[in-house]
Design a protein around this ligand. Structure first.
Ligand code: SF4
Length: 205
């Protein structure tokens, strides 16, 4: 029988092996390029991934392992998309949130749009759910230009991973909840950018 410590070790090993799925630099998930490339780069390269980020990665890995994942093969790149479910020829993506948004989050739309092309479906829906059971849904018709841009970003991320080069930072509202906030903004203090310091409340030393 496994002791408590052995069970913990076994669970950690299983998690690590799930995360390893995305360690190949030429295999990129659409979720990674729908958001900040720098954040996705750090997710793969950081030795100690913050707990919250680890959960997000696990969720993505579980999506990749599910039967609803599909690969899009390009010359030297594999772009992976996932669908939470496909109903009546439409790809549906679910997001659990604390509060229902009035507009869809761009990163989720970009990832859903890529899924529509990779699963070869015309339409999709993005459904936000709260733990209280409220929901709101947004429909999406696929857009080719947006998919081309997603592929371009995937190529850039793959190239930078291979060359061990950190992508440029992409300031957005997501930065406030990003586990790598200090890496981006504290380091940038030396540039003495008064606008960023005012927006993000950085103090000069
Ligand atoms: S803080 Fe912002 S720019 Fe930096 S990695 Fe996070 S999301 Fe990207």
């Amino acid at each position: 029988m496994l002791g408590e410590r052995s069970v913990k070790d076994a669970v950690n090993k299983a998690i690590d092996s799930m995360l390893m799925i995305e360690r190949e630099d030429n295999r990129i998930h659409v979720d990674e390029v729908a958001r900040c490339l720098r954040r996705s780069y750090y997710d793969r390269r950081e030795r100690s991934i913050p707990a919250k980020e680890r959960l997000i990665l696990m969720k993505r890995s579980m999506r990749i392992n599910s039967s609803q994942s599909k690969e899009h093969h390009l010359e030297d790149l594999v772009l992976i998309a996932s669908a939470d479910t496909i109903v009546d020829d439409a790809v549906i993506r679910f997001e659990v949130v604390d509060r229902l948004p009035s507009t869809p989050e761009p990163a989720s739309l970009i990832a859903l749009n890529a899924s529509l092309w990779i699963f070869n479906k015309e339409e999709g829906a993005l459904v936000y759910l709260t733990r209280d059971g409220d929901s709101i849904q947004f429909s999406l018709t696929r857009d080719k230009r947006l998919f081309d841009e997603t592929i371009r970003r995937a190529k850039v991320l793959s190239m930078l991973l291979k060359e061990n080069r950190v992508p440029v930072f992409e300031p957005s509202e997501q930065c406030m909840n990003c586990p790598y906030y200090e890496k981006c903004y504290i380091q940038h203090k030396r540039y003495e950018n008064p606008t960023l310091e005012r927006i993000f409340g950085l103090k000069r030393e």
